[in-house]
Ligand binder design. Sequence first.
Ligand SMILES: *[C@@H]1O[C@H](CO)[C@@H](O)[C@H](O)[C@H]1NC(C)=O
Ligand SMILES: *[C@@H]1O[C@H](CO)[C@@H](O)[C@H](O)[C@H]1NC(C)=O
Ligand SMILES: *[C@@H]1O[C@H](CO)[C@@H](O)[C@H](O)[C@H]1NC(C)=O
Ligand SMILES: *[C@@H]1O[C@H](CO)[C@@H](O)[C@H](O)[C@H]1NC(C)=O
Ligand SMILES: *[C@@H]1O[C@H](CO)[C@@H](O)[C@H](O)[C@H]1NC(C)=O
Ligand SMILES: *[C@@H]1O[C@H](CO)[C@@H](O)[C@H](O)[C@H]1NC(C)=O
Ligand SMILES: *[C@@H]1O[C@H](CO)[C@@H](O)[C@H](O)[C@H]1NC(C)=O
Ligand SMILES: *[C@@H]1O[C@H](CO)[C@@H](O)[C@H](O)[C@H]1NC(C)=O
Ligand SMILES: *[C@@H]1O[C@H](CO)[C@@H](O)[C@H](O)[C@H]1NC(C)=O
Ligand SMILES: *[C@@H]1O[C@H](CO)[C@@H](O)[C@H](O)[C@H]1NC(C)=O
Ligand SMILES: *[C@@H]1O[C@H](CO)[C@@H](O)[C@H](O)[C@H]1NC(C)=O
Ligand SMILES: CC(=O)N[C@H]1CO[C@H](CO)[C@@H](O)[C@@H]1O
Length: 693
Amino acid sequence: MITSSLIVIALASLAFAQDTLTEHVAFSSYDNYLYRDATTATQLLFTQTNATSTRPRFIAAFPAGNSGAMVYFKATLGNSSALTISLVNGSLKSVSNPYNHTGISGQWHLSQNAELDLAVLGSVRALRDYVEGGGLLHSDMNYTVQQPNTNSLTLYREFFNDSIAINFTMSTGSAIQHNGTQNISFPAGTYDFTVTLNETSLQGIPPQTLINSSNQTIVTNSSTADSVKSVSFLSYSEKMLAGGWRFLTYFGRDTLISLRILMPILSSDAVEAALGAVIERTNATDGELCHEETIGDYASWINMQNNQPELGSQPFYDYKMIDTNFELLPALAHYFLDLPSGNGRATSFLAKKAGLANNMTYQQLLQKNVELVMTQSAAFAHEPSAKNLIHLKDGVPVGNWRDSNPGIGYGTIPFDVNTALVPGCLRAIQRLAKAHILHPSLSNDAAKYATVWESHALPLFQVPLNASYAQSALSEYTTYANLSSNTYSTNGSMTPPTEIYALSLMDDYKPVETMNSDLSFNLMYNDNVSTDLMEYTVAALRPFPEGLMTNVGMLIANPAYDSNRTNWEVFTRAAYHGTCVWGFQQSMVVAGLARQLDLCNNTSSLATTQAPSWCSNSTLIANLKTAQCNLWNVILGNPDVEFAETWTWTFDNSTQSFVVTSPAELTPDSTEADAIQLWSFTLLALDKPGYCT
Ligand SMILES: *[C@@H]1O[C@H](CO)[C@@H](O)[C@H](O)[C@H]1NC(C)=O
Ligand SMILES: *[C@@H]1O[C@H](CO)[C@@H](O)[C@H](O)[C@H]1NC(C)=O
Ligand SMILES: *[C@@H]1O[C@H](CO)[C@@H](O)[C@H](O)[C@H]1NC(C)=O
Ligand SMILES: *[C@@H]1O[C@H](CO)[C@@H](O)[C@H](O)[C@H]1NC(C)=O
Ligand SMILES: *[C@@H]1O[C@H](CO)[C@@H](O)[C@H](O)[C@H]1NC(C)=O
Ligand SMILES: *[C@@H]1O[C@H](CO)[C@@H](O)[C@H](O)[C@H]1NC(C)=O
Ligand SMILES: *[C@@H]1O[C@H](CO)[C@@H](O)[C@H](O)[C@H]1NC(C)=O
Ligand SMILES: *[C@@H]1O[C@H](CO)[C@@H](O)[C@H](O)[C@H]1NC(C)=O
Ligand SMILES: *[C@@H]1O[C@H](CO)[C@@H](O)[C@H](O)[C@H]1NC(C)=O
Ligand SMILES: *[C@@H]1O[C@H](CO)[C@@H](O)[C@H](O)[C@H]1NC(C)=O
Ligand SMILES: *[C@@H]1O[C@H](CO)[C@@H](O)[C@H](O)[C@H]1NC(C)=O
Ligand SMILES: CC(=O)N[C@H]1CO[C@H](CO)[C@@H](O)[C@@H]1O
């Protein structure tokens, strides 16, 4: 005990040495610049100078308070497409001003005389309201214009919490004229700019500290160094951030899924910072885990909207998702029981007090989550029928990673939560109890519940496919989706699977018959995966439209076999969760397959199972390895999107192959994508197996 409290004290006082972290990411019409040192962390965006259809825009976004400033410019004369604003190379540096203001300064070049088109200062959420919300502006988030001298102009805003302010100053060689807050004329030329605010800065975890000592080559290797910097930019001793610029704050699912895959290469400090952030945000009453936090100026605004201005900027935690609740314990079990970095660290970690939750210990908060998991899984464990599966919360159309209503085919009972996450979480409780990290008495019930969920949930999502139906559906879909009859996919020989697994169940328990990639969760989170599901995995990794594979990646959905033809129109290649690729899903499948194959040879005393029965079938093992290697080759064969979040395809009839396509090309008014997204970097932790050629 004495040793562990010493460790806690040592950690608490450990300040990470901060070298300046800088990275340039050119992405989707914007030049992104990441900058972090001991003073500030900022992501800057400039519209690329060659972008023709994107309005000239500058953004500075800070993890501090999830705050930012955004300015659009328009040309004084003529068409704005000729107007460019670009960062002067090497000009960025952090600044520290009076009143605890910290931030970024640099220089930009404005190519011609311009006017202010629009400015938003405050929360990144307010910036997003404008960008994603069809131009939504909040008149009460107004700024003032100050002019210390004629060549300099400041946009200044005091947050609703009036002890916080943001200050955006621009200076140049000639006069900046203004009349009110909107009519501002910027002469062409080179500008000094400074954006500062006095929200508390977070403490960044530098690349060398982020990655554990055995994997430091990933930090320096030229093929991975930039990706590690991006992950580092999203990693702080307070929390991991989901992505930038739009999600520079805490998201539970993004944290926990990323962590589950990345953990083997992360340091203890990094893993515990991220796990701690999740535990701190637990609902201390009912044990639910937080999906998204609202902090800073937007929290003040929400509190005002809710007629509770007296709450000030007290954060608002959102618990609407149903999957996140089951993702913490599997991550904890993997860390404490499987990884050298977590070995022996449970006692000191769980003894910590949660500053955000009335100083309850992490152990107490975790126990709340354990109770929630046991309570929510009990009904099905006692009576395994569809009505006892876990469904979306009443009135909430989303709840799992396919964070949209069409994304799960308008179903209410998601596959991933019920067939993978619940049993995986129960097995994690069993293991943690057996290791005395949780109360040992939990072990038996958790194991009993898990066994029922493992064997009875999956069949409720099974959709048998009649061979002749499947053949005709495939050929009709091939025509519908404009894939030529002799596609990359089939080379003429179609061998459709004899069954698929539904994406979700509708309210009346009817399956949404769209093939999908969510078996990734079973591979990653489950110990006793059925022979059936392993065989289906091989089938699902066959070429699209028979299965999910294309030469540009594994699709997350394929509605070809769906007897509800409306779903062909729901899951298009342009849809956010349609027949498109998500990078983290590919990572999860290759990582999950490696994990399953390892279970065949697992001798750990903490395992919850003997080697699964399918391990004895060498044909199946060989098929799984072939599918795994094939996916690896596709991933590595598309280096441009190796660490991208999501992309789609165009089918080229002349080459009979798919071409990587940005969703924005198909849907010009689609929501803009982030240049960096935490879970898109999970591939960093994975090794292509030696047996793949
Ligand atoms: C603009 O330039 C960048 C390189 O700086 C390039 O990646 C991008 O494709 C170009 N965009 C257009 C529309 O030409
Ligand atoms: C933040 O900065 C503003 C000036 O921009 C100042 O009025 C305020 O007192 C500062 N708050 C703190 C906590 O320093
Ligand atoms: C912002 O607008 C509100 C009314 O919506 C007004 O009361 C307030 O004085 C304005 N603040 C500034 C800084 O202009
Ligand atoms: C805003 O920033 C400018 C430049 O850094 C500084 O001169 C000015 O005092 C600041 N104003 C406020 C109100 O903080
Ligand atoms: C400033 O704007 C107001 C209306 O917004 C207008 O009446 C006034 O003429 C303008 N002044 C100048 C000098 O442009
Ligand atoms: C926490 O859980 C309790 C009990 O379910 C609920 O009443 C409360 O609203 C939850 N808190 C938040 C912030 O959702
Ligand atoms: C939590 O503990 C800290 C340090 O002992 C103390 O400053 C703080 O007031 C406590 N918070 C609550 C809500 O008890
Ligand atoms: C068919 O699919 C559409 C779109 O997903 C859905 O709205 C509808 O409820 C489905 N019909 C049936 C009978 O399941
Ligand atoms: C299990 O280990 C044996 C012996 O090292 C090896 O031949 C076999 O391929 C392994 N099985 C799997 C599924 O990796
Ligand atoms: C072994 O797996 C292959 C491929 O999935 C399957 O065709 C075969 O029936 C299985 N053999 C046994 C004995 O189960
Ligand atoms: C991380 O280090 C371990 C131990 O040396 C090694 O087995 C593993 O392959 C490394 N991972 C990566 C992705 O390089
Ligand atoms: C946290 C912090 O840096 N606080 C400082 C804010 O600024 C005042 C005076 O400018 C200092 O006294 C505080 O220490």
